[in-house]
Design a protein around this ligand. Structure first.
Ligand code: HEM
Ligand SMILES: *[C@@H]1O[C@H](CO)[C@@H](O)[C@H](O)[C@H]1NC(C)=O
Ligand SMILES: *[C@@H]1O[C@H](CO)[C@@H](O)[C@H](O)[C@H]1NC(C)=O
Length: 150
């Protein structure tokens, strides 16, 4: 008889076993199994005024900024493209909106004003924002940084 506990233990072991082996090749710098079909990361410099062009309306390339890093979210056009649920963030610094889980316009700093310093966020909001930063850095290529001026 295989008990429920045995099954659970096997499931947990299988989970870590898989993680162990999938993690090995990428952690070995000599074995580069990925990278060949990955787009090169171009370190770009953006200001709020130059970022807004990538809001999905003219150019199919959609960029958003989170904590000063600019991500190419073109693959998520269904989220950020025109008519998408998060289109408000396209071409903009999304940091405050993500931190506060808000699409409110006043979470977006006008593009002719200095960057949001984010220094009045609560601890919870900071943590939410850090979680989003992790999400974006894992999912999308970072293509540059957002500064007040180039
Ligand atoms: C009515 C409430 C909401 C629902 C039902 C909802 C639903 C979803 C769903 C289904 C996804 C896709 C998850 C995936 O497949 O990766 C998603 C992703 C996302 N949501 Fe929401 N959401 C809601 C509210 C919000 C709010 C308030 C924000 C921020 C202001 C937000 C920001 C995002 C972002 C940034 C993503 C990630 C998209 C990506 O991976 O590029 N969502 N949401
Ligand atoms: C998107 O960018 C274009 C310029 O490329 C601009 O004309 C348009 O107003 C912008 N849309 C929004 C919603 O900011
Ligand atoms: C925090 O800063 C933002 C941007 O500077 C501002 O719009 C907002 O009113 C401030 N919030 C509080 C609670 O001070």
């Amino acid at each position: 008889m295989i008990s429920v506990t045995t099954v659970l233990i096997l499931v947990v072991l299988a989970y870590f076993y898989r993680d162990y082996f999938t993690a090995m090749p990428t952690s070995n710098p000599l074995v580069n199994t990925q990278g060949e079909d990955e787009k090169p990361v171009v370190e770009g410099k953006f200001t709020p005024a130059t970022l807004v062009r990538f809001n999905g309306s003219d150019d199919p390339q959609i960029l958003i900024a989170v904590k000063g890093k600019v991500y190419d979210v073109s693959q998520g056009a269904s989220f950020y493209g025109p008519g998408g649920p998060y289109e408000n963030f396209a071409g903009r610094d999304a940091s405050r909106g993500l931190a506060k889980n808000s699409f409110e316009k006043d979470c977006l700093t006008p593009i002719d004003q200095p960057l949001d310093t984010l220094d009045n966020l609560s601890k919870d909001e900071q943590e939410a924002l850090d979680g989003w930063e992790e999400h974006f850095s894992n999912k999308y290529p970072m293509v540059g940084r957002l500064n007040n001026e180039n």
